[in-house]
Design a protein around this ligand. Structure first.
Ligand code: COA
Length: 176
């Protein structure tokens, strides 16, 4: 179960939409359709922030898929809300390790709406993720950034330690 915390971030609320979908302090229980709306809004935000409509909006998952996904323990989706509007969010995955009984958390996507940047929202999202990771006994959170993405690099340099690695995509036979 996620820690039930509502964090203040520049007057905005930061809310967990995965699994338990309960927001403390505001007594709102996001039902499946609420989660779907937030997920759709978050994917639209990612599409615009990453300039990638194709990946994030062209083949949206249906409600059944999303409900199943959000119910999984290792899938962590956080959104920053101003009133009901999604103005930032992240998708992260907890990876349980083989060589040792511990886990790591990987931030796959993170973005904040352009007009809401430099208000500490990404920092607050990662702060919330840190609490979740701590609660699960994870020992590290890691994330990749692209060369030239000054905002992401600045953010992660402030919060973590940089490692330069190479990334490879290995095609899967038959994948579209
Ligand atoms: C990267 C991103 C998520 C940062 O969100 P944010 O809410 O503006 O970040 P924060 O306000 O929490 O910034 C925290 C710190 O990160 C650094 N930072 C943020 N934006 C920066 C920028 N444009 N240039 C340099 N450093 C930056 C600063 O050190 C900042 O602290 P400061 O404002 O006190 O100087 C946002 O710029 C974004 O959505 N970019 C497009 C998508 C993207 O690149 N996502 C990351 C994919 S890996």
């Amino acid at each position: 179960m996620f820690p039930c915390k509502l964090r203040s971030c520049g007057g905005n609320a930061l809310r967990t939409i995965a699994r338990s979908t309960i927001t403390c302090g505001v007594a709102t229980v996001a039902n499946a359709s609420g989660s779907l709306d937030a997920s759709t809004a978050l994917n639209q935000l990612f599409a615009s922030a990453f300039g990638d409509l194709q990946t994030y909006t062209r083949a949206p998952p249906d409600e059944a898929y999303l409900s199943r996904l959000l119910a999984k323990d290792h899938v962590i989706v956080l959104v920053a809300l101003e009133t009901e509007r999604v103005v930032g969010g992240l998708v992260a995955y907890e990876l349980e390790k083989f060589e040792r009984a511990r886990s790591e958390v990987y931030i796959y996507d993170l973005a904040v709406s352009e007009e809401y940047r430099r208000r500490g929202i990404a920092t607050a999202l990662i702060g919330q993720l840190r609490s979740i990771a701590t609660g699960r006994g994870a020992w590290v959170i890691y994330v990749q950034a692209d060369y030239g993405d000054a905002a992401a690099i600045g953010l992660y340099e402030k919060l973590g330690v940089r490692e330069d690695v190479m990334h490879f995509d290995i095609p899967v036979t038959g994948a579209g």
